[in-house]
Design a protein around this ligand. Sequence first.
Ligand code: SAM
Length: 256
Amino acid sequence: MVWEPTAYLAYNDERSLPTRDLINAVRTTRPSSIVDLGCGTGNSTALLREQWPDADLTGVDSSFEMLEQARRSPIDARWETADIEDWTPSSPVDLIFSNAALHWLNHHEELLPRLAALLSHDGALAIQMPSNFHRPSHTAIIEVASRVRWKSKLERLLRPQPVSPPERYLDILGEHVRQIRVWTTTYVHVLHGEHAVANWTGGATLRPILGALGDEGADFLAEYQTMLSEAYPRRDDGTTLFDFTRLFIVASNRVS
Ligand SMILES: C[S@@+](CC[C@H](N)C(=O)[O-])C[C@H]1O[C@@H](n2cnc3c(N)ncnc32)[C@H](O)[C@@H]1O
């Protein structure tokens, strides 16, 4: 799958809000080593560096394009190309942080305990994933992709529910850590410009679909935009409200 850093960064301010909220939730910890799993262009890594100026910081990602952009940034961090699925650090990590990345991977019931096992004695695992797959921004993708014209090309790419309900993560991780907190937050983003919600998903969720369709992607987008303009009408002042729920997990070996 090919990422387009520029499209992803179009809503950088809005996308950074949950990153900041996740950092806030673990800011009382004093990690010596931090790994940003699925670091992308390094935006989340930069915020981690801001919070912990002295920590040993590594950004891990599998995308050439995203890491290329991250490496161009002035952040003091190491960048590692790896698939999170089988990434293993050389020594236990104090803070494994992952913002908006783990929903791209399957089998959370195996993946998350594996990550928890890579933590140091009082280490913490901090995760944020979208939990918006029941809203029109995401259901419209499934709906359009299931139409006759697209079905055979796109069926294999569809992942209607990549993230489980919040309480499921208590079961998945509960017995592997000493403390766990799970919560959701709904952000109401005020977006500007035409087809704002489609532009947002075009920078992330839609990437595999647009990549698979090539030149036909424009036709797919037009059908998708029509559905979204009903679900997310543009307001008189030109803005569009986009409500987006995100799931947060902080699992820790430390007892506070
Ligand atoms: C939406 S971006 C988030 C980037 C960054 N964490 C942020 O908050 O801006 C998701 C990133 O996860 C990466 N990713 C997805 N699946 C991955 C995998 N299996 N292994 C490594 N990175 C992965 C993608 O390449 C992409 O850069």
